[in-house]
Design a protein around this ligand. Sequence first.
Ligand code: OAD
Ligand code: ZN
Length: 240
Amino acid sequence: MDPLSRARALVGAARRITVLTGAGISAESGIPTFRDALTGLWSRFRPEELATPEAFERDPKTVWEWYAWRRVAVAAAQPNAGHAALAALERWAAGFTLITQNVDGLHARAGSRNLIELHGNIARNRCAGEGCVLADDEAAPGSPPTCRRCGSCVRPDVVWFGEMLDPASLDRAFEAARDCDVFLSVGTSGLVEPAASLPFEALASGVSVIEVNPQPTPLSRRATLALAGPAGEMLPRLVP
Ligand code: OAD
Ligand code: ZN
């Protein structure tokens, strides 16, 4: 049986499904990934200059404007067939958890519900001083805006290099990786911890792991099945 047929059989027989996605699932929506040589976001910018608390401290205006530019690009993007397939899979499965490293919000726009946004969401703002999420009317205009309550700079509600992830979200993600019948790892290079450990946690718990990625990753030779193709093409073929 070819890998895709075997993957279809594993998904079709599963009651509880957990999925981890990375930037690759949004590539077909026109959003650059981080590390792809040609289109990679990082190929044009040095991440240390932009996506770190130190960069924001040093030059909040430049960091804010870079995220404002990314927000426009993300708002113009549409969920693709891969996002839609995961929303359909959630409606079909008895139990479903979607863990994403992406901050673009496309999974929610595609209809996914039980969603863990490990690295935050670019559309949300938070007070850099108090740490709380801010509604639009809680920030005074500026570049960056400032918190009306305490006057601190407003920052995007995303995880930057060197920052800790929300412990509760992380616990939920590892629990979902252990407590499922099939784990799908889609569109991630598997280079950034702790998300990169999730598929291996599933394997260690005896869960079948299916990878969807046109390129090989550190997971590929350990996964139960590795489907070498784009998410927009592969995922719809896995939905029962
Ligand atoms: P990367 O850019 O590291 O990896 C994207 C992966 O998607 C690569 O393995 C590509 O081969 C694959 N890919 C490209 N096109 C695809 C397609 N159409 N379908 C499926 N896969 C495709 O992005 P991430 O692994 O998401 O963290 O990066 C993880 C984290 O590193 C990001 O969340 C970000 C970055 O530091 C933070 O910002 C905290
Ligand atoms: Zn504040």
